[in-house]
Design a protein around this ligand. Structure first.
Ligand code: HEM
Ligand SMILES: *[C@@H]1O[C@H](CO)[C@@H](O)[C@H](O)[C@H]1NC(C)=O
Length: 515
């Protein structure tokens, strides 16, 4: 009897809660102002979201869909469809909370350039366990202080020293691909570029490379891979953002995340410790150190006379590793892919490189080269436009945001569709065309100043932008000087897993250049 009563009470509470949420959705101030993707409260958006298909299988799926990628459109296709149906801004509800999605240049501009809207979207919570309070996730005074400390770590005098690392690791990449460069079958380049990028970011951020290209089975490499996969799934399943529900609904994912985070935290802790000792020793010597790692800036920094704690440093270093390796892997892979599919562009780029470097393949890349390679610059920019490694960013509004006479209330999550913006035909003529020349001379000056934003914009834009461009360029130079990239293999099927990846791999053929 008592049990039945208790059960009835709990059910009544649940129903009351759900009705409350439904009413909240129906009476939301944005109703009727911003088009909504679903008319049904509570279940409407969950129904839409079931087609946001992450690749991993969940033990218990709230939103089940067939696991075939031909059937389920990816997130960016879904968003493209919404933009066609509802216009450049629309919204949806998840359990009483509204999410506004926008690809409207004026609104994006106002949001990203505001000094008041610096807080990241709620979905970024999934990254907390790994990145803690690093620069990507932190907010308020804490973010402000760290951004000021870290900015000089990306000064060109430091980036200049990194070119040697980019160059050496790219040569390694070229060597690893040599056995596959017979020109008769396609290679999925993504994992190869991925390991090179991991070596580059660990060596430049911490001063110690993980040697991923030499040890594919390394624990750290696996941990990074597992973690990114789990996190990508959590990003697209709102219930998995809550740690308790995550643990309950997807225990194997939870365990994988724990193991990955532990492994990487141990790894970074070890390196921070080593580096601290090294710096202490160097302080007593006259000879200057070899190369400045990003970590050194953090170890030397002080706030009100206090050095940073180990946890603060670790969070920042992990943020560099996460932000700095998956993104550039995606960027370089898609750039090479586009070159393989556009013979004329590849030819023009090769000619530029050949003119600058001549035939000596042992000649390394140096900082001064980049100023003399304008077409390379256009190619890299144009590939970031068509395949932005971070296709969307999100903010949780700290203050009401004024839009067209109305406002979006504080506390609302707003998603900005960089992918759509970068393919907006009002901003870019023939937006689907891979046309590097649009970033050159007179054509470039017709592009508005805020339309090209693959690194986001405003106070929370990418702090690693210059680093990323230099790394990309070095890898592309090396690859194109050594290999002809052939249009072979299955076409890419872009898919958003936090960063842009491809469900079918990023494939093309390789043939050694004959000089
Ligand atoms: C092609 C490569 C890259 C792209 C497209 C890219 C893009 C972005 C974007 C769009 C954001 C804003 C994220 C948001 O608003 O949520 C961002 C932030 C950030 N990026 Fe990158 N990124 C790249 C490479 C890098 C690299 C190599 C590093 C570090 C070495 C890096 C470090 C960061 C950090 C620390 C932030 C957070 C900045 C802050 O909130 O103050 N990124 N990046
Ligand atoms: C090729 O370049 C390397 C490195 O700059 C140099 O040591 C070597 O002498 C050059 N070889 C020729 C044949 O010019």
């Amino acid at each position: 009897m008592l049990v039945a009563l208790l059960a009835a009470f709990l059910v009544a509470r649940l129903v009351a809660w759900l009705i409350g949420l439904a009413l909240k959705e129906l009476r939301h101030p944005l109703r009727g102002v911003v088009p909504c993707v679903s008319r049904f409260p509570l279940v409407g958006c969950a129904w839409q979201m079931r087609s946001f298909q992450p690749d991993s299988k969940l033990w218990f799926q709230f939103f089940k869909t067939p696991n075939s990628f031909q059937l389920s459109p990816d997130l960016h296709e879904k968003f493209a469809e919404y933009v066609r149906r509802f216009g450049s801004s629309f919204m949806g509800f998840v359990l009483g909370h509204v999410i506004v999605v926008t690809a409207e240049p004026r609104h994006v501009d106002a949001l990203l350039h505001s000094q008041q809207q610096l807080r990241k979207g709620t979905m970024y919570l999934a990254l907390r366990g790994w990145l803690g309070n690093g620069l990507l996730l932190s907010r308020g005074e804490e973010w402000h202080t760290m951004r000021k400390i870290i900015t000089p770590a990306f000064h060109f005098s430091i980036l200049e020293q990194f070119i040697e690392v980019f160059d050496r690791q790219s040569s390694r990449l070229v060597d690893r691909l040599e056995p596959l460069s017979h020109g008769s079958s396609a290679v999925n380049i993504y994992p190869y570029v991925g390991l090179a990028a991991l070596d580059i970011i660990t060596e430049t951020a911490m001063g110690v490379s993980v040697g991923a290209q030499g040890d594919v089975d390394s624990e750290v490499v696996h941990a990074v891979k597992d973690l990114t996969n789990v996190l990508a799934t959590r990003f697209m399943r709102p219930h998995l953002l809550f740690p308790q529900l995550f643990r309950l609904c997807w225990p194997s994912g939870f365990r994988k995340q724990q193991a990955g985070v532990n492994c990487l935290h141990q790894f970074t802790n070890g390196i921070i410790e080593q580096r601290r000792l090294l710096l202490a020793r160097q302080a007593h010597q006259v000879e200057p150190e070899k190369r400045h790692a990003l970590l050194d800036t953090l170890l030397r920094a002080t706030v009100d006379g206090q050095t940073l704690t180990d946890k603060q440093i670790r969070d920042e270093v992990n943020t560099f590793i996460f932000e700095g390796h998956d993104t550039t892997t995606s960027a370089v892979s898609f750039c090479l892919y586009l070159l393989s599919r556009h013979e004329a562009v590849q030819k023009r780029l090769f000619e530029e490189l050949n003119e600058h470097y001549g035939q000596n393949l042992s000649r390394g890349v140096v900082y001064l080269d980049f100023a003399e390679l304008p077409y390379l610059n256009c190619v890299v920019k144009e590939s970031l436009r068509l395949y932005p490694p971070i296709p969307a960013v999100a903010r949780c509004l700290e203050k009401d945001l004024a839009v067209d006479g109305g406002y979006v209330p504080a506390g609302t999550n707003v998603v900005v569709l960089l992918w759509q913006l970068l393919r907006d035909e009002t901003l870019f003529a023939n937006p689907l065309l891979f046309h590097p020349e649009r970033h050159l001379g007179a054509e470039a000056s017709r592009l508005g100043p805020y339309s090209y934003i693959p690194f986001s914009a405003g106070p929370r834009n990418c702090i690693g932008q210059k680093f990323a461009l230099l790394e990309m360029k070095t890898m592309v130079i090396k690859m194109v000087r050594h290999y002809q990239l052939l249009p072979m293999g299955v076409d890419a099927q872009p898919s958003i897993k936090i960063v842009l990846r491809s469900k079918t791999g990023v494939n093309f053929g390789l043939r050694p250049r004959s000089y």
